[in-house]
Ligand binder design. Structure first.
Ligand SMILES: [Fe+2]
Length: 388
């Protein structure tokens, strides 16, 4: 019996080596001038920005380049990017990079359309709705992690309040996502590992979520299998085309999954901890995931025990796997790709543990209600302390 479910993901997904060349064809559907958003100037230095600008120009689309976004995009950076885009009369916003650049592009598109600072859409009783005024977004991903090219979510950090909420809705999906595995070949091993683990966390969380659906389950199962088979290889040898290609696909699959199934408490914790410590998203997830799995798995054992089967890329009776097998497989992967440092080594201070738990409740509450075990404050504290 198929349960009732809701599914919506309107992204045009363009996947394949060399697909960057099609960026102009799509951009011109949405305007004659684009803002290109990157995190830092690396892509200017290695020629990727010039390449994209040339491709856009070939389709009659002018562009302005905005590199002032940090790894955890700040609300102030997003407001500034929107100012520059407005002054240059940009009609479409292109995020070129990993989740940070794409999330910032989404934020800038919101600000451009609504003419209000991005923080007005983030936290608080007066939080504004994100409407169809949002400018068109194109996501060109250069990492295989966040899945942001296929989701409506944007994670925005406020340095003053040390909050890091995830925002988004029907109008913050990219109109087009270009996933070109060639662009991922130069990603260093550490980023390959952390973004690759983010992919796994998305797939595990959407798979075991209250909002699970039969469609996203398929995406999650395949994403977990691909991570199990190829993440170690991609970390070991960035030039392994088959591994890069598989991880790029796994990333988009997991992105599609969290656009509907959303995330659970591990992501809620990673956001809150990241806001307080500035830690790297994927690295924090890697440390937290075995603990959150252990907490949540008894509330949804049928799903959790299959994670071991997918990570081993096996097909067997789910009953032949113990719940602990899934945790062991995840831990082995974490070790092999060099992640798993305790939270205390990722910038989290002991005095902030309570704030971290409270942050999840205050602005990532959806991750709690979507978790099969719906943790309480004391559960959150216990999970953080174990990972500390
Ligand atoms: Fe994530």
């Amino acid at each position: 019996m198929i349960k009732d479910f809701f599914y919506y993901n309107p992204v045009k997904l363009v996947f394949g080596e060399g697909k960057l060349a099609e960026a102009g064809k799509y951009a011109k559907m949405y305007g004659k001038k684009a803002l290109i958003v990157t995190t830092g100037t690396l892509f200017k230095e290695n020629g990727l920005v010039d390449r994209l600008q040339k491709i856009l120009k070939g389709s009659g689309v002018g562009s302005v380049y905005f590199p002032e976004v940090s790894a955890n995009p700040l609300n102030t950076q997003i407001d500034k990017g929107a100012e520059i885009a407005r002054a240059a009369n940009c009609k479409v916003v292109i995020g070129l990079g990993g989740g940070s650049a794409i999330d910032a592009a989404k934020g800038i598109a919101i600000v451009l359309g609504h003419k209000r600072p991005i923080w007005d859409f983030c936290i608080g009783a007066e939080v504004q709705p994100i409407t169809d005024k949002t400018y068109p977004i194109i996501a060109i991903t250069t990492t295989s992690g966040t899945g942001s090219e296929c989701t409506q979510w944007a994670v925005i950090t406020n340095a003053k309040t040390e909050e890091k909420p995830g925002i988004g809705g029907d109008y913050t999906f990219a109109r087009v996502a270009i996933v070109d595995p060639e662009l991922m070949a130069t990603m260093p091993p550490k980023i390959t590992a952390s973004t690759g683990f983010d992919t796994l966390a998305h797939a595990i969380e959407a798979y075991t979520a209250v909002l699970e659906t039969p469609i996203t389950d398929l995406a999650c199962e395949q994403a977990i299998r691909l991570v199990g088979r190829f993440l170690r290889r991609a970390v070991k040898n960035g030039q392994d085309r088959e591994a890069r290609n598989a991880m790029a696909y796994a990333n988009s699959l997991a992105g599609i999954a969290i656009s509907v199934g959303i995330v659970t408490v591990c992501h809620g914790l990673a956001h809150s901890i990241g806001g307080l410590s500035g830690s790297t998203h994927g690295e924090t997830l890697a440390t937290m995931t075995p603990e959150t799995m252990r907490f949540s798995m008894r509330s949804h054992p049928d799903k959790f025990r299959k994670i071991a089967m997918f990570l081993r890329d096996e097909c067997a009776a789910p009953e032949s796997y113990a719940l602990e097998d899934s945790i062991k497989e995840v831990q082995a992967l974490i070790k092999d790709i060099g992640l798993g440092a305790p939270l205390s080594q990722q910038g989290l201070k002991e005095k902030d543990i309570e704030r971290a738990a409270d942050g999840v409740i205050r602005y990532m509450g959806g991750s709690i209600t979507n978790d099969p075990a719906a943790p309480k404050r004391e559960d959150l504290l216990a999970i953080i302390r174990k990972a500390f």
